[in-house]
Design a protein around this ligand. Structure first.
Ligand code: SF4
Length: 293
């Protein structure tokens, strides 16, 4: 029977666990609040909190409650000011790793550096980081996006979106070193992201099929999927065990499973168990799994 392997770490990261603990504790204390954007990119968790009265809002003005939760991605400073002027209090669940990236971007900006953020322009975490430079930071996801005129012979300070891949950062740094007069880099990637990416990198090189579990709009989950796809011809991204097809495991020797930082660990384990059951049970969706190996 094909072997099914889990990465050493999977499921909720430190920042997400912390945010959910704060949210659940606040609910237990009888606090009523809304969440500015989904607390994490996972529909199951968002639905669970919705049942407890936590609505997802797009702007702080939308909430009729006096308390609003800031999620792990963080927000630009203007949100704190708007909340204050509206008389609302915040439950701040910004992940400490994200706060660190915001702090470095602000520091570089105040010291007169051109601030470069390596990441995805529209990602809420990046929007928050850029806000800490009065909107002046330049966001790039590759060296091709760098406008040489803005960096040539300039002092440049670089921070990374916490979930950035190392090769993306390296690509941007190589170009900056060629053009800028000074380059400073604050390593604001989070350890969790780095470790999980390395584990997925290793496992996806070993196995025939790699299954990543998590929300399809979750940035860190998608990064794991990108890494898995690069190393493994058959890589799949699923948000629940229901999306697994027995066809994926036909005639394979080994299968790897991992999950993003916003995925409940039980969900990853359910996917793992389902694959094992499919293989052990001799098939799924018409008995197409080859369990003879
Ligand atoms: S992935 Fe890292 S930066 Fe993002 S919430 Fe989790 S611990 Fe924080």
């Amino acid at each position: 029977m094909p072997e099914v392997k889990l990465t050493e770490e999977y499921g909720f990261c430190f920042g997400v666990k912390r945010a959910l603990e704060i949210a659940r504790r606040s609910l237990r204390e009888g606090k009523k609040f809304d969440s500015l954007g989904p607390i994490i990119h996972n529909e199951y968790v968002v639905d669970e909190l919705k049942k407890e009265g936590v609505e997802v809002i797009d702007s702080i003005e939308e909430s009729k409650k006096n308390l609003v939760l800031i999620r792990t991605h963080g927000v630009p400073p203007e949100i704190y000011e708007r909340a204050k002027s509206l008389g609302k209090e915040l439950i701040d669940c910004t992940c400490p790793f994200v706060s660190n990236a915001q702090k470095w971007a602000k520091k570089f900006y105040e010291e007169g550096y051109v601030v470069i953020v390596v990441g995805k322009k529209d990602h809420p975490e990046v929007v928050g980081i850029v806000g800490h430079t009065e909107g002046k930071a330049i966001v790039v996801s590759s060296s091709q996006e760098l406008d040489v005129n803005l960096i040539r012979n300039k002092k440049v300070g670089v921070v990374a979106q916490t979930t950035s891949r190392l090769d993306m950062i390296q690509d941007v740094m190589d170009r900056l070193v060629e053009e800028a007069s000074e380059v400073r880099f604050a390593n604001t990637r989070c350890n969790t992201t780095q470790k999980r990416q390395e584990q997925v990198e290793r496992l996806s090189k070993e196995v025939d099929v790699m299954v990543i579990v998590g929300g399809k709009n979750s940035s860190n989950t998608r990064r794991l999927y990108e890494i898995a796809s690069k190393n493994c011809k058959k890589a799949y991204l699923v948000s629940s065990p229901d999306e697994i097809s027995g066809d994926w495991f036909y005639n394979v020797n080994s299968i790897g499973v991992s999950g993003g930082a916003s995925t409940p660990p039980e969900m990853v384990e359910e996917v793992y168990e389902k694959i094992k059951n499919l293989l052990g049970g001799g098939g799924y969706g018409g008995g197409k799994v080859d369990a003879r190996q």
